[in-house]
Write a protein that binds this ligand. Structure first.
Ligand code: EPU
Length: 341
């Protein structure tokens, strides 16, 4: 275990990021338990070296080589820690694959995460950006998580309120960025679960198929079908899902935007009005554009893709052009959803 953690040098990260960028890390190690992680952090050789924790690598863009230690979290395990008549507390190792875990829950008949089917990445990454899709966000089923303090090696439990969840946001992207490593996540799933079918793409699909009393398996199957039709599979085409967040603008900004563009799609949000970034980008004519190996996906303007040998700088260059053109046409600022390292 601890002493045998192999630390590789000048390690190629292509296989460890879904954008498929061939950045290198000075040091690289995979850990399979919180204890192994703690031992690695205590090693004097790496004490002062910058560290980057990687889960599934599905929300990260390497702009450069990483001159430090990349720690790949390979902490596995799925355990039911509480079961009542109506709910299950399910503790998952942070290195478990998110989608595999969703499918496992559906097989057991546990509801709550079916709308989050086919999201690439690991369980440990899910709370960091409060993953969301088709009307559901992780925080709705989140019970707690355990995370290791990188400075002290102490394992701490975070409850819902401690995580300060927001839209694609949590304390781990802000105050505690780079300070903790999530080692497990506990979900609160329901046996008799109320489905969420409000998201338009989903309700339309249900109607199209004539499904009036869907099961959690139906919802999962439909979400998978919708995602496959719009979003590229990272195993076939490098990408990190949505590259930008959907901007939330003020009522005043929205009035101005609507005056010039009456057809602008919009959704009420607790902090203002949410505008789909995909629409803004699409209107600027970016969908399907390609510069060398960096491109904008043909089916979803919010997804940037790597056709093979794009560098992080190529993708960032394209993202910058998109951001500038959206700003010029709509005076709306886009911010990246992916972590740029
Ligand atoms: N649209 C366009 N052009 C496009 C694509 C979409 O005009 O090329 C329009 C659609 O017509 C629709 C609107 O944009 O009016 C929204 O599109 P969609 O329903 O596909 O969702 P999204 O806002 O682009 C968000 C999440 C996705 C999530 C889907 C489904 C963000 C940043 N993205 O995308 O999450 O899967 O909703 O819930 O919130 C991710 O985070 O990586 C991700 C893929």
């Amino acid at each position: 275990m601890s002493d045998t953690t192999e630390v590789k040098e000048h390690f190629d990260l292509t296989e460890y990021n879904t954008m498929g960028i061939s950045a290198k890390s000075r040091y690289f190690a995979s850990v399979t338990s919180a204890n192994e992680l703690r031992q690695l952090l205590l090693k004097p050789d790496y004490k002062l070296v910058p560290k980057l924790v990687l889960g599934g690598g599905s929300n990260i863009l390497f702009a450069n080589d990483f001159e430090g230690l990349v720690i790949h979290l390979d902490i596995k395990g799925r355990e039911m820690i509480e079961k009542t008549d109506d709910h299950i507390l399910w503790k998952l190792g942070s290195g478990e694959d998110w989608h595999e875990s969703v499918i496992r829950a559906i097989d057991k008949g546990w509801g709550g995460i079916e709308n989050l089917s086919l999201i690439p990445g690991s369980v440990g990454a899910a709370p960091i950006q409060n993953i969301g899709a088709y009307g559901v966000e992780l925080e709705q089923v989140f019970h707690s998580l355990e995370a290791l303090d990188l400075d002290t090696g102490v394992l701490k439990t975070f409850k819902h309120a401690d995580c300060k969840f927001g839209y694609r946001d949590s304390i781990f992207k802000n105050e505690l960025k780079g300070k903790y490593v999530i080692t497990s996540v506990t979900l609160n799933l329901k046996k008799d679960h109320e489905l969420n079918t409000e998201y338009r793409a989903l309700s339309e699909k249900l109607e199209e198929k004539g499904i009036t009393e869907p099961t959690i398996k139906d919802i999962s199957d439909l979400v998978i079908e919708i995602r496959r039709s719009k979003l590229p599979d990272p195993a076939e085409l490098g990408n990190t899902g949505s590259f930008f967040k959907n901007p939330v603008i003020t009522e005043t900004e929205f009035k101005r935007l609507k005056k010039d563009h009456p057809e602008v799609p919009n959704y009420p949000d607790k902090d203002g009005i949410k505008i789909p970034a995909a629409w803004l980008i699409d209107q600027c004519g970016w969908k399907g554009e390609r510069f060398g190996d960096a491109g904008v996906h043909k089916m979803q303007a919010l997804v940037l893709v790597n056709y093979g040998n794009a560098t992080g700088a190529d993708i960032i260059g394209l993202a910058e052009k998109i951001r500038a053109s959206v700003h010029e046409k709509f005076s709306v600022a886009l911010t990246p959803e992916v972590n740029i390292v």
